[in-house]
Design a protein around this ligand. Structure first.
Ligand code: GTB
Length: 217
Protein backbone atom coordinates (compact mmCIF):
# COMPACT_ATOMS: atom_id res chain seq x y z
CA UNK A 1 0.00 0.00 0.00
CA UNK A 2 1.35 3.41 -0.94
CA UNK A 3 2.42 5.64 1.92
CA UNK A 4 1.85 9.35 1.36
CA UNK A 5 3.04 12.05 3.70
CA UNK A 6 2.54 15.80 3.53
CA UNK A 7 5.26 18.44 3.75
CA UNK A 8 5.59 22.19 3.30
CA UNK A 9 5.44 23.34 -0.29
CA UNK A 10 8.02 25.90 0.82
CA UNK A 11 9.59 25.26 4.19
CA UNK A 12 10.30 28.43 6.19
CA UNK A 13 13.67 26.95 7.24
CA UNK A 14 14.92 26.96 3.64
CA UNK A 15 15.56 23.20 3.58
CA UNK A 16 17.52 22.89 6.84
CA UNK A 17 15.49 19.81 7.68
CA UNK A 18 13.85 21.31 10.75
CA UNK A 19 10.25 20.91 9.63
CA UNK A 20 8.75 17.78 11.10
CA UNK A 21 8.28 15.84 7.88
CA UNK A 22 12.05 15.12 8.12
CA UNK A 23 11.62 12.80 11.11
CA UNK A 24 8.88 10.86 9.32
CA UNK A 25 10.98 10.61 6.18
CA UNK A 26 13.88 9.42 8.35
CA UNK A 27 11.77 6.70 9.98
CA UNK A 28 10.57 5.49 6.58
CA UNK A 29 14.14 5.44 5.28
CA UNK A 30 15.33 3.49 8.34
CA UNK A 31 12.79 0.73 7.72
CA UNK A 32 13.19 0.84 3.94
CA UNK A 33 9.64 1.86 3.08
CA UNK A 34 9.12 3.92 -0.08
CA UNK A 35 6.80 6.89 0.25
CA UNK A 36 5.25 9.69 -1.71
CA UNK A 37 5.02 13.30 -0.65
CA UNK A 38 2.15 15.70 -1.22
CA UNK A 39 3.33 19.28 -0.82
CA UNK A 40 0.90 21.72 0.76
CA UNK A 41 0.88 25.49 0.98
CA UNK A 42 0.15 27.32 4.24
CA UNK A 43 -3.25 28.26 2.83
CA UNK A 44 -4.12 24.69 1.80
CA UNK A 45 -3.20 23.46 5.30
CA UNK A 46 -6.11 25.41 6.74
CA UNK A 47 -8.66 24.24 4.16
CA UNK A 48 -11.22 21.48 4.77
CA UNK A 49 -9.47 18.79 2.71
CA UNK A 50 -6.30 19.03 4.82
CA UNK A 51 -8.16 19.67 8.09
CA UNK A 52 -9.93 16.35 7.56
CA UNK A 53 -6.48 14.72 7.80
CA UNK A 54 -4.98 17.03 10.40
CA UNK A 55 -7.38 18.75 12.82
CA UNK A 56 -4.79 21.42 13.65
CA UNK A 57 -4.01 22.28 10.03
CA UNK A 58 -0.35 21.28 10.12
CA UNK A 59 2.17 19.03 8.43
CA UNK A 60 3.14 16.26 8.37
CA UNK A 61 0.30 13.83 7.86
CA UNK A 62 0.58 10.14 6.96
CA UNK A 63 -1.80 8.20 4.73
CA UNK A 64 -1.69 4.50 4.01
CA UNK A 65 -4.81 2.93 2.48
CA UNK A 66 -7.71 4.07 4.63
CA UNK A 67 -5.47 4.98 7.57
CA UNK A 68 -4.75 8.68 8.11
CA UNK A 69 -2.48 9.84 10.95
CA UNK A 70 -1.11 13.10 12.29
CA UNK A 71 1.41 13.89 15.09
CA UNK A 72 4.95 12.80 14.35
CA UNK A 73 5.27 10.79 17.56
CA UNK A 74 2.27 8.68 16.57
CA UNK A 75 3.40 8.41 12.95
CA UNK A 76 6.93 7.29 13.80
CA UNK A 77 5.54 4.85 16.37
CA UNK A 78 3.18 3.40 13.75
CA UNK A 79 6.04 2.98 11.27
CA UNK A 80 8.23 1.40 13.96
CA UNK A 81 5.46 -1.00 15.01
CA UNK A 82 4.72 -2.16 11.48
CA UNK A 83 8.25 -2.57 10.19
CA UNK A 84 11.38 -4.07 11.68
CA UNK A 85 14.38 -1.89 12.46
CA UNK A 86 13.26 0.84 14.85
CA UNK A 87 12.04 -1.01 17.94
CA UNK A 88 13.72 -3.90 19.79
CA UNK A 89 12.00 -7.29 19.76
CA UNK A 90 12.49 -7.83 23.50
CA UNK A 91 9.33 -6.52 25.21
CA UNK A 92 11.08 -4.58 27.97
CA UNK A 93 13.65 -3.02 25.66
CA UNK A 94 10.80 -2.09 23.31
CA UNK A 95 8.89 -0.41 26.13
CA UNK A 96 12.01 1.55 27.08
CA UNK A 97 12.56 2.70 23.48
CA UNK A 98 8.94 3.89 23.37
CA UNK A 99 9.52 5.70 26.67
CA UNK A 100 12.36 7.64 25.01
CA UNK A 101 10.04 8.59 22.15
CA UNK A 102 7.64 10.10 24.68
CA UNK A 103 10.49 11.75 26.58
CA UNK A 104 11.63 13.41 23.37
CA UNK A 105 8.26 14.99 22.55
CA UNK A 106 6.93 15.44 26.09
CA UNK A 107 9.96 16.47 28.14
CA UNK A 108 12.74 17.68 25.86
CA UNK A 109 10.86 19.27 22.96
CA UNK A 110 8.57 21.69 24.88
CA UNK A 111 11.28 24.04 26.24
CA UNK A 112 13.06 23.92 22.87
CA UNK A 113 9.84 25.02 21.17
CA UNK A 114 9.47 27.76 23.78
CA UNK A 115 12.86 29.11 22.78
CA UNK A 116 11.73 29.29 19.14
CA UNK A 117 8.57 31.12 20.18
CA UNK A 118 10.51 33.53 22.41
CA UNK A 119 13.00 34.34 19.64
CA UNK A 120 10.74 34.40 16.60
CA UNK A 121 7.39 35.61 17.87
CA UNK A 122 8.08 37.51 21.08
CA UNK A 123 11.31 39.34 20.24
CA UNK A 124 9.56 42.72 20.28
CA UNK A 125 7.84 42.24 23.67
CA UNK A 126 9.16 44.38 26.54
CA UNK A 127 9.49 41.31 28.78
CA UNK A 128 11.37 39.22 26.21
CA UNK A 129 14.85 40.14 27.52
CA UNK A 130 13.92 38.84 30.96
CA UNK A 131 12.12 35.74 29.67
CA UNK A 132 14.75 34.45 27.22
CA UNK A 133 17.34 33.44 29.86
CA UNK A 134 14.64 31.63 31.81
CA UNK A 135 13.65 29.59 28.79
CA UNK A 136 17.30 28.84 28.01
CA UNK A 137 17.82 27.73 31.60
CA UNK A 138 14.94 25.28 31.33
CA UNK A 139 16.53 23.80 28.24
CA UNK A 140 19.94 23.54 29.94
CA UNK A 141 18.39 21.73 32.90
CA UNK A 142 16.92 19.09 30.63
CA UNK A 143 20.03 18.77 28.47
CA UNK A 144 22.21 18.34 31.55
CA UNK A 145 19.98 15.49 32.72
CA UNK A 146 19.89 13.90 29.29
CA UNK A 147 23.65 14.29 28.93
CA UNK A 148 24.20 12.52 32.26
CA UNK A 149 21.97 9.66 31.23
CA UNK A 150 23.57 9.24 27.80
CA UNK A 151 27.10 9.33 29.24
CA UNK A 152 29.52 7.92 26.69
CA UNK A 153 27.00 5.58 25.07
CA UNK A 154 26.23 5.87 21.37
CA UNK A 155 22.46 5.67 21.83
CA UNK A 156 20.04 6.09 24.71
CA UNK A 157 19.32 2.42 25.38
CA UNK A 158 21.40 -0.11 23.49
CA UNK A 159 20.96 -0.15 19.73
CA UNK A 160 19.62 2.82 17.75
CA UNK A 161 15.83 2.96 18.04
CA UNK A 162 12.80 5.12 17.32
CA UNK A 163 13.56 6.73 20.70
CA UNK A 164 16.89 8.00 19.35
CA UNK A 165 15.32 9.03 16.07
CA UNK A 166 12.82 11.22 17.90
CA UNK A 167 15.36 12.56 20.40
CA UNK A 168 17.93 13.49 17.74
CA UNK A 169 15.17 15.11 15.66
CA UNK A 170 14.11 17.22 18.64
CA UNK A 171 17.68 18.22 19.55
CA UNK A 172 18.54 19.20 15.98
CA UNK A 173 16.40 22.29 16.40
CA UNK A 174 18.95 23.57 18.98
CA UNK A 175 21.99 23.42 16.73
CA UNK A 176 21.91 27.05 15.64
CA UNK A 177 21.47 28.29 19.24
CA UNK A 178 24.90 27.04 20.36
CA UNK A 179 23.34 25.49 23.48
CA UNK A 180 23.79 21.94 22.21
CA UNK A 181 27.57 22.43 21.99
CA UNK A 182 27.68 23.04 25.74
CA UNK A 183 27.02 19.29 26.07
CA UNK A 184 29.66 17.62 23.88
CA UNK A 185 28.23 14.11 24.28
CA UNK A 186 24.81 15.35 23.12
CA UNK A 187 26.35 17.24 20.19
CA UNK A 188 28.18 14.03 19.22
CA UNK A 189 24.94 12.04 19.66
CA UNK A 190 23.12 14.35 17.26
CA UNK A 191 26.01 14.19 14.79
CA UNK A 192 25.85 10.36 14.97
CA UNK A 193 22.17 10.52 14.08
CA UNK A 194 22.81 12.92 11.22
CA UNK A 195 25.54 10.68 9.83
CA UNK A 196 23.19 7.71 9.41
CA UNK A 197 22.64 7.07 5.69
CA UNK A 198 18.86 6.98 6.23
CA UNK A 199 18.94 10.44 7.84
CA UNK A 200 21.00 11.77 4.96
CA UNK A 201 18.50 10.42 2.43
CA UNK A 202 15.63 11.99 4.37
CA UNK A 203 17.48 15.29 4.63
CA UNK A 204 18.36 15.35 0.94
CA UNK A 205 14.76 14.56 -0.03
CA UNK A 206 13.35 17.46 1.97
CA UNK A 207 16.11 19.78 0.69
CA UNK A 208 15.27 18.82 -2.87
CA UNK A 209 11.76 20.22 -2.34
CA UNK A 210 13.33 23.53 -1.48
CA UNK A 211 15.99 23.66 -4.20
CA UNK A 212 13.81 22.08 -6.88
CA UNK A 213 16.70 19.75 -7.75
CA UNK A 214 16.41 15.97 -7.31
CA UNK A 215 18.42 14.43 -4.41
CA UNK A 216 21.92 13.48 -5.52
CA UNK A 217 22.36 10.39 -3.29
N1 GTB B 1 3.05 18.13 17.38
C1 GTB B 1 2.99 18.16 15.95
C2 GTB B 1 3.81 17.01 15.38
O1 GTB B 1 4.80 16.59 16.00
O2 GTB B 1 3.46 16.49 14.30
C3 GTB B 1 3.49 19.52 15.46
C4 GTB B 1 3.36 19.70 13.96
C5 GTB B 1 3.89 21.05 13.54
O3 GTB B 1 4.30 21.88 14.38
N2 GTB B 1 3.90 21.29 12.24
C6 GTB B 1 4.39 22.56 11.72
C7 GTB B 1 3.30 23.23 10.90
O4 GTB B 1 2.60 22.60 10.16
C8 GTB B 1 5.58 22.29 10.81
S1 GTB B 1 6.92 21.59 11.70
N3 GTB B 1 3.21 24.55 11.03
C9 GTB B 1 2.28 25.34 10.25
C10 GTB B 1 1.13 25.81 11.07
O5 GTB B 1 1.00 25.44 12.26
O6 GTB B 1 0.35 26.58 10.50
C11 GTB B 1 7.39 22.98 12.75
C12 GTB B 1 8.44 23.82 12.13
C13 GTB B 1 8.11 24.82 11.28
C14 GTB B 1 9.12 25.62 10.75
C15 GTB B 1 10.43 25.39 11.10
N4 GTB B 1 11.45 26.22 10.59
O7 GTB B 1 11.20 27.04 9.70
O8 GTB B 1 12.60 26.12 11.03
C16 GTB B 1 10.75 24.36 11.96
C17 GTB B 1 9.74 23.56 12.48
Amino acid sequence: MTITITAFERSPDGGKGLARDTRVRWALEEVGQPYEVRLVSFRAMKEPAHLALHPFGQIPTYEEGDLALFETGAIVFHIAERHAGLLPVDANARARAITWMFAAVNTIEPPILELGTAKLLEGDKPWNKARLPLVEERIRNRLAQLSTRLGDADWLDGAFSAGDLMMVSVLLRLKSSGILDEYPNLAAYVARGESRPSYKRAFDAQLAVYTGKPPTG
